[in-house]
Design a protein around this ligand. Structure first.
Ligand code: BG6
Length: 507
């Protein structure tokens, strides 16, 4: 049983054990933008105690001082945790250290072990260690194996803990995910492994469980008897920015659907867990993935649409197409958009389509879940065409929940208008927002894996997308539909729903 996560007193909760966080890939974008600022945030909220150290490890040669300067520069300009106060940053930066090295080199890890032991003794960290892999995924196996060889993967004394956070992508298909799980579990025990998906750290995503399982009014309707269909949209306005090289090896199906969008699907569809503990919640989520009808060739052709952004406009600004982005092959067939229809073959959801879509350079940035309910069985009013009820969960950026229903328009006629009742997180709870990374780091530091992915779930998610990847990679002569940047994707995406007399609900 994980310890109870206590978030009272601060937005992240009380104080974690003394510990060292060893950040692999410390000079990279993710470390600078998210992980180090998240640690800073935890320190400000006193969720890290007085005794902690962050040891950066990467190939770039740097001293402690130059690492502190680099991290400080990044935290002040690109960090996503809000304004950084210079005096507080300086205090925090004293806990940053750096140990340069190569990920496959045994000596570098011996050096790291020595450094770690010195810092641990000096700061009295009690041997508690969290390794954070924020490197390119190709080097995960090297790091894990070297940690094992250096004797760093096991607690050094009976009262201490060692954990490892592994960033997505966890594998690039089912075979590589299995292989990586094998390598990791050769060195670490499953209970030490925290596979991170930052969507699970968003409060609005966690709210899905609270909305469903702490209220009496939604759950009775949350099934095939009342739900017509579900739509999940994760749309971005940005293109691939500086990540063209990486994105060419990924694409939207691997980058977003296999992870974030299937996580959201699991939480919408999950059965009530026996309790809110890691095993119970993760068992139920796994069952959802296992109940999704596997794709075959015919289903891929009929139910999955891909697209790639072509040049377009945002207001007056001209936007380049994907193939003209730096690091992208001018003839690339990598998809930047996916829309798909899936079915969950269980008693709750039999026959209810789930439509998922995600893409870059779309018309609006929004992550939203829309549950459309079946229409009233019989309308007695003259006006027969009433809108269906919709429950909309805005995950980001306008965090909140809204519900739409028909109301009588003022006047003598029995005329019906569609109205919306809104709950805004910001208005309801005073705009306190937590960083998803800080939330998850904090959970990991406390030994609570509820919001992390288990090895079997990651593999189940890859099993699901695998046939789609196979069909696409075999169909080399089929062109990838293009869509103008700043729109809602290719025409084929609309047709996917129109065939069933439905429409996308655009945020
Ligand atoms: C990442 C993907 O996991 O999630 C990116 O690799 C994507 O391509 C990002 O842009 C979206 O995250 P968020 O929190 O901005 O919705």
């Amino acid at each position: 049983m994980p310890e109870e996560t206590n978030r009272s007193g601060s937005i992240y909760g009380g104080t974690a054990d003394p510990c060292a966080v060893i950040l692999f890939g410390a000079s990279g974008d993710l470390a600078k933008r998210k992980v180090i600022p998240a640690m800073y945030d935890l320190a400000q909220y006193k969720s890290l105690g007085e005794r902690y150290a962050i040891i950066g490890f990467a190939r770039t040669p740097m001293t402690d001082d130059s690492f502190r300067a680099m991290a400080g520069e990044a935290a002040k300009t690109i960090s996503e945790v809000g304004p950084i106060e210079p005096a507080k940053w300086d205090e925090f930066a004293a806990s940053l250290h750096y140990s340069p090295g190569d990920y496959a080199d045994q000596n570098s890890f011996a050096q790291l072990a020595k450094r770690l032991a010195e810092i641990d003794a000096e700061k009295k960290l009690g041997g508690n260690r969290l390794f954070y892999l924020s490197t390119p995924p190709e080097v995960y196996p090297d790091i894990v194996e070297q940690l094992g060889r250096a004797g760093l993967a096991r607690p050094s004394n009976p009262g201490s803990w060692v954990r490892i956070i592994i960033e997505k992508p966890f594998g690039r298909d089912l075979a590589t995910a299995r292989e990586l799980n094998k390598i990791v579990l050769n060195v670490f025990e499953e209970k030490q492994v925290y596979r991170i998906d930052h969507y699970l750290g968003k409060d609005t995503v966690q709210n899905l469980l609270v909305l469903r399982f702490s209220n009496g009014i939604f759950e009775p309707l949350w099934n095939r008897n009342y739900v017509d269909h579900v739509q999940i949209t994760a749309s971005e306005t940005l293109g691939v920015e500086r990540r063209g090289g990486f994105y060419e090896t990924a694409g939207a199906l691997r980058d977003m659907i296999q992870s974030h969008v299937l996580q959201l699907t699991s939480l919408v569809a999950v059965e009530p867990p026996a309790s809110f503990d890691a095993t119970a919640v993760r068992n139920e989520k796994l069952k959802v993935l296992q109940s999704i009808r596997p794709f075959n060739l015919e289903m891929v052709a009929q139910s999955v649409v891909r697209g790639q952004y072509a040049p377009g406009k945002a207001g007056e600004k001209a936007l380049a197409g994907y193939r003209a982005e730096p690091g992208v092959n001018p003839n690339s067939r990598t998809e930047t958009f996916v829309a798909m229809r899936l079915l969950i073959d269980n008693w709750r959801w039999a026959g209810v389509p789930f439509y998922l879509r995600t893409g870059k350079r779309l018309a609006k940035r929004s992550t939203e879940i829309m549950i459309q309910f079946k229409r009233a069985p019989h309308i007695v009013f003259r006006e027969r065409e009433v809108e269906p009820n919709r429950l909309i969960l805005n995950i980001q950026p306008d965090e909140g929940v809204s519900i739409s229903f028909g109301a009588k328009k003022p006047g003598t006629e029995m005329s019906i208008g569609n109205v919306t009742m809104n709950f805004s997180y910001c208005e309801g709870f005073g705009g306190v927002s937590r960083s998803a990374y800080a939330t998850l780091l904090n959970d990991c530091l406390r030994g609570d894996p509820t919001l992390f992915d288990r090895g079997d779930s990651v593999e189940a998610a890859w099993s699901l997308v695998e046939p789609i990847l196979e069909v696409w990679s075999a169909a080399k002569s089929v062109s990838v539909p293009q869509y103008a940047s700043g729109t809602w994707g290719p025409r084929e995406s609309d047709q996917l729903l129109e065939r069933e007399a439905r429409q996308w609900y655009n945020p």
